[in-house]
Design a protein around this ligand. Structure first.
Ligand code: FCB
Length: 475
């Protein structure tokens, strides 16, 4: 595939055109949008438990109702179709399918995803399900969670159950979303469910997530899945002061701890050395890395920002990064989003080019990229309707700027040879942003959580335009 920059006839301006067949879409995750937490036999997940504990989530928000997508999925699919999306990435809630994580299958849970997939296909939208986006059944956490090896095997069983029902209509299957976050925010810093603060458990969780990926990939393949993918949160680590070795260590913990086992069949030495100091390596058994190293078709990349680090003797380890004693995570100096995350589109280009160079055998798909900003629903006079109709709009130029910059970076990476197959914006809808609750809005569609009204933001209309022309207008 090649990317081209063509001059549009007569105007003298140019358009960055993406390769033919480039996949445009949007992403969400079950717990963040579905609601219906106790309906139709769904069991509790670690996020239900965690969000009910005062202090864990801003203002005590939970995913009980969220965007009520469980009931409004048809309206949401119509919205997607209106924007021209070719692909929709969603996740399957494990506790809807297996309320206690294993054993009895809840048919009503499968029915929901069956309806959703049919609705998508009926609108010409390709479904991209992710099997694990952090909502572990609570019963499995009670049995040790991801720190327990058995969870990996249960995950592969779950994958097979879902494939059995949807495999005739779904081609691309993603096993995990962001195992680094699940392991290190869930089991080490404790800011995510299940809220544990145990570095040794986090390294075990990371390994068992990878093992679960490998076992599930094998099961999916055996069942006939056309494409298998793994999504990682990846962040180029930039050395902002002294500290070449320090930047390499953070890169190993954050990026290569997952890339190398999945795509090379080995852990980086730095990671083994740090894990050995935090509980030992007894959980890594002979043969595990061969299981983890399954051929995959696509690497899903969730990119939001680079990380800036420098050497700082005496600095304690970052709570989410055991082994980072003597390293400072530097605050951004440039513009940031409402999450205080730096806005650095060039990081995406750097990342995509690096991945294509270091792991050339796997296709790349941006499975998340986007930004939270302080959006306001405003009423405008609609000139097209005679100037007297008031309708809600959200003027989110900052989000358009963010997305535009990152798409230009993606285009540049393709021009430099990166095998990037598509781009899925995070997120279709404003939703439950984990520990931040509903305060951080990432959607290109605004949700009024009081009324559940959906209002496409300016960025949604802009994105519709990008999709339609398969490219960006000149800057
Ligand atoms: C990613 C998550 C996604 C969302 C975005 C903002 O880490 O995968 O669910 O929270 O960040």
């Amino acid at each position: 595939m090649t990317a081209t920059t063509i001059a549009s006839r007569g105007s003298g301006s140019s358009t960055s055109v993406f390769p033919d067949g480039f996949v445009w879409g949007a992403a969400t995750a079950a717990y963040q949008i579905e609601g219906a937490a106790a309906e139709d036999g769904r069991g509790p997940s670690i996020w239900d438990t965690f969000s009910q504990v005062p202090g864990n989530v801003a203002d005590g928000h939970t995913g009980d109702v969220a965007c009520d997508h469980y009931h409004r999925y048809a309206e949401d699919v119509r919205l997607m179709a209106g924007l021209g999306l070719a692909a929709y990435r969603f996740s399957v809630a494990w506790p809807r399918i297996l309320p206690t994580g294993a054993g009895r299958v809840n048919a009503a849970g499968l029915d929901f995803y069956d309806r959703l997939v049919d609705e998508l296909l009926g609108h010409g939208i390709t479904p991209y399900p992710t099997l694990y986006h952090w909502d572990l059944p609570q019963a499995l956490e009670d049995a040790g969670g991801w720190a327990a090896r058995d969870t990996a095997a249960r995950f592969a069983d779950f994958a097979a159950v879902v494939h059995d029902r949807l495999g005739d209509r779904v081609g691309t299957w993603t096993t995990l979303n962001e195992p680094w976050v699940a392991a290190f925010l869930g089991y080490c810093s404790g800011v995510h469910a299940p809220g544990r603060r145990d570095p040794a458990a986090a390294f075990r969780a990371a390994h068992h997530l990878l093992l679960g990926h490998g076992l599930a990939a094998r099961a999916l393949r055996a069942a006939g899945a056309a494409e298998v993918a793994l999504t990682l949160n990846l962040s180029p680590v930039i050395q902002s002061g002294d500290g070449h070795e320090e930047a390499a260590r953070v890169d190993a913990l954050m990026n290569r701890q997952f890339l190398d086992p999945a795509l090379r069949g080995r852990y980086p030495e730095e990671v083994l050395e740090i894990a050995a100091r935090h509980g030992g390596l007894g959980h890594i058994r002979d043969g595990d890395l061969a299981v983890i190293h399954q051929p995959i078709d696509l690497l899903g990349i969730n990119y939001y920002n680079p990380s800036f680090v420098s050497a700082a003797p005496g600095e304690p380890a970052n709570p989410a990064f055991p082994g980072t004693e003597g390293i400072r995570f530097d605050p951004p100096t440039g513009p940031t989003t409402a999450m205080d995350w730096p806005i650095e589109p060039s990081g995406l280009e750097t990342l995509l080019v690096r991945l294509s160079r270091d792991y050339p055998e796997v296709g790349l798909l941006v499975t998340e990229n986007g930004a939270a900003f302080d959006d306001h629903l405003v009423d405008d006079i609609d000139g097209d309707a005679g100037g007297d109709v008031v309708k809600g709009t959200v003027h989110d130029d900052d989000r358009i700027g963010y997305l535009d910059g990152h798409l230009r970076a993606a285009h540049a990476a393709i021009s430099a040879g990166a095998d990037l197959r598509g781009y899925l914006v995070w997120s279709l809808l404003d939703n439950f942003e984990w520990a931040y609750g509903y305060h951080k809005r990432f959607g290109i569609v605004y949700i009024d959580f009081e009324t559940q009204r959906r209002v496409p933001k300016d960025s949604a209309l802009w994105y519709r335009d990008v999709i339609e022309r398969n490219g960006l207008r000149s800057a």
